[in-house]
Ligand binder design. Structure first.
Ligand code: IPD
Length: 269
């Protein structure tokens, strides 16, 4: 995880080529939760290559989970894979799309890699060894004041009226608190990488999954940031919710401002 640009080159080539082509799109949990044949193809390739090298390791992966595989994080070495984060962007050719792979042992996140497929940026983080983008060290912002903050979030897949009302009212609360802006870029992992690089001060979301969070959590922590539960307590990777920020003060203020949107848990689906 030292920033080598050779990582997963062939998978990224597949995604970049498919980005401009016609796609077969299906829906999963809602009309806004999309999947394409490329998500399946790339996930299969990543898992089969890792399996060849590490036959005893376990896997949690987005499309396998959608097909009914259980998402349980045991103490065994486990790879947590999102083959295309930002599938909706991918479908629309909006060039903010990433591959995300996290690795945990003893239920502790050890390292993460996220590749921004169109901008060729490789984000890496390894516990105790720092976080990097193409070899350049990452550092979060030191901002503690919401009224000086740029905040990132993602909408999440549910679009029923009650969920949308809560989503918009959370955004409104931060704007009332005079945040400089609230941005939605369509990829949780890349938004979290912007936070790790200090380009934004905070991130929150309800409805993301462990494969959106695993790699990014190591990268943010190693860049000096905080990743916590929206209740203000410790992060629970399976809880489908998160607040992250450059400082604990900022993360706590954001958590206090939010109303909960219930998405259940990844390990109970
Ligand atoms: C999704 C994207 C989206 C976010 C969802 C994620 P996917 O991942 O990051 O922006 O709102 O919560 O699950 O489905 O594109 O891999």
């Amino acid at each position: 995880t030292d920033g080598s640009k050779g990582w997963c080159h062939s998978h990224v080539k597949i995604i970049r080529k498919a980005l401009s082509e016609e796609k077969r799109v299906s829906t999963k949990t809602s009309a806004a939760d999309l999947v394409t044949e490329t998500d399946h193809l790339v996930e299969g390739l990543i898992i089969s290559e890792l399996q060849k090298r590490f036959p005893s390791h376990r896997f949690i992966a987005e499309e396998a989970a959608a097909a009914g595989a259980k998402c349980v994080l045991t103490p065994s070495p486990t790879w947590i894979v999102d083959p295309i984060d930002g599938t909706c962007n991918f479908v629309h050719r909006f060039p903010t799309v990433a591959v995300s792979i996290g690795f945990a042992v003893n239920q502790e996140l050890e390292f993460g890699v996220i590749y921004h497929c169109t901008e060729e940026r490789l984000y890496t983080g390894r516990r105790g060894r720092g976080a990097f983008c193409n070899g350049q060290r990452l550092r979060v912002s030191g901002e503690t004041d919401i009224s000086k903050a740029l905040v990132l979030t993602e909408i999440g897949p549910k679009r029923d009226p009650a969920t949308l009302k809560l989503f918009l009212s959370n955004m409104e609360r931060l704007l009332h608190a005079k945040a400089h802006g609230v941005r939605v870029i369509g990829s949780s992992t890349l938004a979290l990488c912007h936070l790790a690089s200090g380009a934004a001060d905070a991130y929150y979301q309800f409805g993301l999954h462990c494969w959106d969070l695993a790699a990014a959590t190591v990268i943010i922590r190693e860049a000096g940031g905080i990743v916590m539960d929206t209740s203000g307590g410790p992060l629970d990777l399976m809880s489908c919710r998160v607040v992250a920020a450059g400082t604990r003060e900022m993360a706590t203020l954001i958590a206090q401002a939010l109303q909960t949107i219930n998405y259940g848990r990844d390990d109970e689906k």
